[in-house]
Design a protein around this ligand. Structure first.
Ligand code: OFO
Length: 178
């Protein structure tokens, strides 16, 4: 059982996660457009991960007998001045998402909603990685510059693959929440 207020807050976060996916598919398209297929791959995998973030929340609300109410998804920016700019915007965005997750955790604690707290712990851990990944790429971009070094980074980012996280079943399965 989940309270209406919490179901509404998680629904808002589902919309935000879908926005994240939309933002990253736009970044992937930007990278494709300038011929950096590895960077495009990295952002495409990021988009897939965001869909999992949305799905995990969605399955949880359903499993807890709550109502999922979706909001509108804004048009994401597609104006990037460079690959570094896209990763800077990624890091900024992920910091905002971390703040959103922390806010949800504060609400769960206030409402003494232990089940939602347990769910949110997964997202708290996930956000550490979500901030660490673009930070590391930005460090490399700073070291390698945006000349030939960019091609090495592009080759590295081409290796990223999408892996469904343990306990998450992709597809319609509202009971599949780890
Ligand atoms: Fe990128 O973590 Fe979800 O939004």
């Amino acid at each position: 059982m989940i309270g209406d207020k919490m179901a509404k807050s998680i629904s808002q976060q589902i919309t935000r996660e879908l926005y994240s996916a939309y933002l990253y598919v736009g970044m992937s398209a930007y990278a494709d457009g300038i011929g950096l297929k590895g960077v495009a791959n990295w952002f495409f995998v990021q988009m897939q991960e965001e869909m999992v973030h949305a799905y995990k929340f969605y399955a949880y609300v359903n499993q807890q007998g709550g109502k999922v109410s979706l909001g509108g998804i804004d048009k994401p920016t597609q104006d990037f001045t460079s690959v570094k700019d896209a990763f800077k915007k990624t890091l900024e965005h992920e910091r905002t998402v971390t703040a959103n997750i922390n806010q949800l955790m504060a609400q769960a604690k206030e409402e003494k909603d232990a089940a939602t707290e347990i769910l949110l712990q997964w997202y708290v851990t996930e956000q550490i990685e979500e901030e660490a990944n673009p930070t590391e790429i930005l460090q490399k971009l700073n070291l390698a510059g945006e000349g030939n070094g960019l091609f090495l980074i592009d080759a590295e980012l081409a290796k990223r693959t999408f892996v469904v996280p343990a306990g998450v079943q992709v597809g319609y399965a509202p009971a599949a929440v780890a």
